[in-house]
Ligand binder design. Structure first.
Ligand SMILES: [Zn+2]
Length: 215
């Protein structure tokens, strides 16, 4: 993550995209995985860039993959694709199974072509699940409480209790109809006056409790 921030901070364009080694366009952009880590994925061809060691978080058989990676590195040859990070020509790593990925000799990062990423994910060798929703700050997003239904239920409940109290008082305590009406009107006026404040308080409590659970 730190290297990602450092890399993008140095981008003179100020953007978050990198050049895809395959498409040769700035179509590689960060995308959040369900593990909470951002990987760079090409929006056009689906190729994925992993910073050094990052790919091991997504590989099912880590030891087998690590060994294959070491073997492939020994017999690797410099290919014609350049690293999206260092711009150095990358080494093509051919796996025993026939798949080919590329490794940046300068940063140790690994680039997986789109078709390779698709077949590795299909085989279950690479377990990448994209986080649904926005890329940044997604972890802090939360569902707003349903204020409409909550308000309606709260108000209906309040006025039901108030009606019951007023009916009881007029029947058994000799409260006049005019006094009952006056109390009801006063109650409604107070409710409308402090309603917005209560709503604001409700939202604050909801977001605060959510933030405490997240952090
Ligand atoms: Zn691409």
């Amino acid at each position: 993550m730190v290297s990602v921030i450092a890399r993008y901070a140095g981008d003179p364009m100020g953007g978050l995209t990198m050049e895809c080694p395959e498409c040769l366009t700035d179509t590689m952009a960060p995308r959040l995985t369900t593990k909470g880590v951002e990987l760079d994925e090409c929006r056009t061809c689906g190729s994925i860039w992993f910073d050094r060691g990052e790919i091991l978080f997504y590989v099912r058989a880590i030891r087998t993959f690590d060994q294959a990676l070491a073997d492939a590195t020994r017999v690797s040859s410099i290919g014609d694709r350049c690293s999206p990070v260092s711009n150095a020509p990358m080494a093509d790593l051919v796996f025993p199974g026939g798949g080919t990925i590329a490794r940046d000799p300068e940063t140790g990062g690994v680039w997986v072509p789109g078709n390779e990423a698709a077949s590795l994910r299909h085989d279950g060798a690479l377990d990448i699940r994209w986080h649904a929703g926005a890329v940044t700050g997604a972890a802090l997003r939360f569902r707003m409480p349903n204020l409409v239904s909550r308000s309606i239920f709260t108000l209906a409940g309040l006025y039901a209790v108030l009606s019951l109290v007023l009916i009881t008082m007029s029947l058994y305590a000799g409260l006049s109809a005019g006094a009952c009406l006056l109390i009801a009107v006063a109650f409604a006026a107070i409710q409308f006056a402090i309603g917005p404040f209560m709503m604001d308080l409700m939202l604050r409590c909801a977001s605060l409790s959510r933030a405490q659970r997240t952090l």
